[in-house]
Design a protein around this ligand. Structure first.
Ligand SMILES: [Zn+2]
Length: 504
């Protein structure tokens, strides 16, 4: 998954004031089961999480999940845990279903077992070892928050209900999908023949509940070598520009080479970079070339406010003069003219807009790829309701056309986006609000909208419930992913209570 700004939370209160049904008191059995879960399983839930993160379940583009040895090993571990805890287990290839109890009516828990790519050099320990010591109170690992923490928590929430022998009328099913971060099609296909539970909670975003998700999208263009300006001998120009890691991560690293960089240009770039908050630069002289390395802060691309975009910031630091449109220079000029350091597409023609509940569209350059034919700049969009796909596409293309007419012709111009999602009337919302309020002490919570997309979209009556707290930095997809022990145990209590209420 995700992203919410405090503003959207506050607006949510206004928008949903009428839609929030009055909640009843939490049942004593649900509270008792939650207390039991956290006192009995506080150590075991961490142990199981450590087991889950030890498998590198990043998608391998060459091997489908159901044939990927790491994914198969992960599922085997889950199977062992499942039988130890006393649940039934069905491996459907890309999807695992862990079930407890019987009943025509079912409550589903939607999670995923795959993770985003990771750069091990940025971690104190291996990202596939649960690091409990480097930062006291934090459990660091790839997947700790997104989305293996929620899997471990859900397993012990179910176990607590089983131990407590709560009389449940509904069967509980935990879905673990293995392609959420890379490919939703196998899940779409699976659900054509597999009847999912009538009601579902997705544990892949944030509290108190997520009832709307922005659509993601991409604006990609290539600055071709053919047709680019060749700088005259001795003239300062941008000779190289690169950065970013994957499309849904705000980039932490970027680099550029300025050829024939005069001391004056170096001083100007240093001064401009020094004024940027959250950025760190390294400068290396190589003869007449100046290499610039930029370091920002990675984040989930649906929450650009949580990070500092090294690509956008480096382009801005270089904006000390008009650069000739060499391949790399054109990429820098394009970023400065159409994106800048704003987060909302303010400079990209007329594309910027916002929705009072879902918040603003975010526009973040995330990956600069060096290709045979030139340099590709890929911008990640997260857009709320309020514009059609046709409108956003034509507005983006108009801005790109304008830039081309002033500069040079681009190749492979691609504008792609989907539809935002909302489900404002899920029947379990009063229970979710009630449980969240009881365990956090937050009065009168209201559902929110986020920038990320989750598998809630594919399941009936599904909305997200955690694992992140509203208004806090979401660390999934970043190079500093963690869940605090406190949050993990709070989640354990809330998931236990919610399942007790929804399945009774
Ligand atoms: Zn996720």
């Amino acid at each position: 998954m995700k992203r919410t700004i405090l503003a959207s939370l506050l607006l949510a209160c206004a928008v949903h004031a009428h839609a929030a049904p009055k909640t009843a008191a939490l049942s004593p059995a649900a509270v008792k089961a939650a207390k039991y879960a956290v006192t009995t399983y506080r150590l075991e839930v961490v142990k199981t999480l450590a087991g889950l993160v030890s498998f590198n379940t990043v998608a391998d583009p060459k091997i489908p999940s159901d044939q990927d040895p790491q994914h198969i090993a992960f599922k085997n571990y889950l199977k062992t845990e499942t039988s130890r805890l006393g649940f039934d287990f069905a491996d459907h290839g890309w999807v695992v279903v862990i079930g407890m109890g019987k009943g025509e009516e079912r409550v589903g828990i939607v999670t995923h077992g795959d993770v985003q790519p990771v750069d091990p050099s940025k971690w104190k320990k291996s990202p596939f070892v649960l690091d409990q010591t480097s930062e006291p109170g934090k459990l660091l690992a790839r997947g700790a928050e997104d989305d293996k923490g929620p899997i471990a928590t859900a397993l012990y929430a179910m176990k607590a209900l089983k131990d407590q022998q709560l009389p449940l009328s509904k069967r509980i099913e935990l879905y673990v999908y293995m392609g959420e971060e890379s490919n939703w099609q196998p899940l779409v296909d699976f659900l054509k023949t597999h009847e999912p539970p009538q009601m579902n909670i997705t544990l892949d975003a944030e509290y108190p509940a997520v009832v709307a998700e922005k659509a993601s999208g991409t604006i990609a263009v290539t600055f071709p070598k053919a047709g680019a300006v060749v700088a005259p001998a001795g003239e300062p120009h941008i000779a190289a520009f690169g950065g970013g890691f994957f499309g849904s991560q705000i980039p932490e690293d970027a680099s550029a080479t300025i050829a024939n960089a005069t001391p004056e240009i170096e001083a100007q770039v240093r001064a401009r970079g020094a004024q940027q908050e959250g950025m760190r630069y390294e400068f290396t002289r190589k003869g007449s070339d100046l290499e610039v390395r930029a370091h920002g802060v990675s984040a989930h691309s649906s929450k650009p406010e949580d990070g500092v975009n090294a690509v956008a910031m480096l382009a801005d630091a270089l904006a000390v003069r008009p650069w000739p449109n060499t391949t790399a220079g054109a990429a820098v000029n394009y970023l400065n003219e159409l994106v800048g350091t704003g987060l909302y597409g303010e400079k990209f023609g007329a594309i910027a807009y916002r929705d009072s509940f879902m918040g603003p569209m975010t526009v973040a350059p995330t990956v600069i790829r060096q290709k045979e034919e030139g340099i590709e700049v890929s911008i990640n969009l997260r857009r709320p309701r309020g514009k059609s796909i046709e409108q956003i596409t034509s507005e983006a293309k108009a801005a790109i056309d304008g830039w081309q007419s002033r500069n040079l012709a681009l190749a492979n111009v691609t504008v792609r986006t989907g539809e935002p999602w909302q489900r404002l009337d899920a029947p379990q919302l009063p229970v979710l609000m009630n449980v969240f309020s009881y365990f956090t002490g937050m009065k009168d919570p209201k559902p929110v909208a986020i920038g990320g997309g989750t598998n809630s979209r594919l399941f009936p009556n599904a909305v997200s419930f955690g694992p992140g707290m509203p208004g806090q930095v979401y660390t999934g997809h970043s190079e500093h992913e963690f869940i605090t022990l406190k949050q993990l145990l709070l989640n354990l209590q809330m998931y236990t209570a919610v399942l007790a209420e929804l399945a009774k």
